[in-house]
Design a protein around this ligand. Structure first.
Ligand code: C5P
Length: 220
């Protein structure tokens, strides 16, 4: 462990799952609990960093003493993280960001009586926030992405990660396998970290806090 090896560094972490409203009472969301992102925020803080936590929907409490910015949608998260990134040394995009949002958000509740047996929702793509941050980052900034994939074959999972890392352009990609009972909303995690170019630089499994510290070792 590095003690206070992140002292004086400004670390921006996004965490949790975005929620894209359909109408005043419904949303499209995902099963991210925010645990891994919150663990990274608290581990970075323990190592001396000034931490900004940009929180989409969390099922755990955010750490005390971090600057907390709460958001709902991908577009809100984008605005907050792009602003915070300007003064950041490190940006860690742990949040599960919706790839699509409803083309329109209804002012009134969608009613079954208006639709009958089927209801078709039109979705539009959200911007890829991580790709945008990576394209505009300063040379002295470190940008880290996450990829949660359901691919069961370990080698195919790594290949998916390499392709995703190249598409996103981030410095690192933290890859983990998710499923109905794994990765999201669980207490522990198993990750492989790839660096730009595709080499494996770290593999870790254990509590989300211990995994967070291993990821920060790589970043530091
Ligand atoms: O493409 P995918 O959703 O698998 O990529 C995951 C990574 O990209 C995560 O770091 C996530 O925070 C980020 N992401 C993003 N903008 C999106 C979708 C994902 O920044 N619209």
């Amino acid at each position: 462990r590095g003690g206070v090896d992140l002292a004086g560094k400004r670390v921006v972490v996004t965490a949790g799952g975005t929620r894209e409203p359909l109408d005043p009472v419904r949303f499209l969301g995902n099963r991210s609990s925010g645990r891994q992102g919150v663990a990274i925020a608290s581990a970075a803080q323990a190592r001396g960093a000034d931490v900004v936590l940009i929180a989409a929907h969390l099922e755990v409490d955010p750490p005390e003493g971090v600057e907390l910015i709460e958001v709902q949608t991908a577009l809100e998260l984008q605005e907050a993280v792009e602003e915070a990134a300007r003064s950041a040394d490190v940006v860690v995009m742990t949040a599960a960001v919706a790839d699509y949002r409803p083309a329109e958000t209804r002012e009134a509740k969608i009613k079954k009586s208006d639709h009958g047996d089927t209801l078709t929702l039109e979705l539009v793509a959200n911007p890829d926030i991580l790709a945008g941050l990576s394209a505009h980052k300063r040379d002295d900034q470190v940008v880290v992405g996450f990829a949660a994939e359901t691919e069961p074959d370990p080698q195919a999972l790594i290949e998916l990660g390499r392709t995703k890392l190249a598409a996103k352009g981030s410095d690192f990609l933290v890859l983990n396998q998710v499923g109905w009972s794994q990765g999201f909303a669980t207490e522990s995690n198993e990750v492989v970290v790839l660096r730009k170019g595709g080499d494996i630089v770290m593999e870790a499994s254990g509590s989300k806090l211990s995994v967070a510290d291993r990821i920060l070792d790589v970043i530091a």
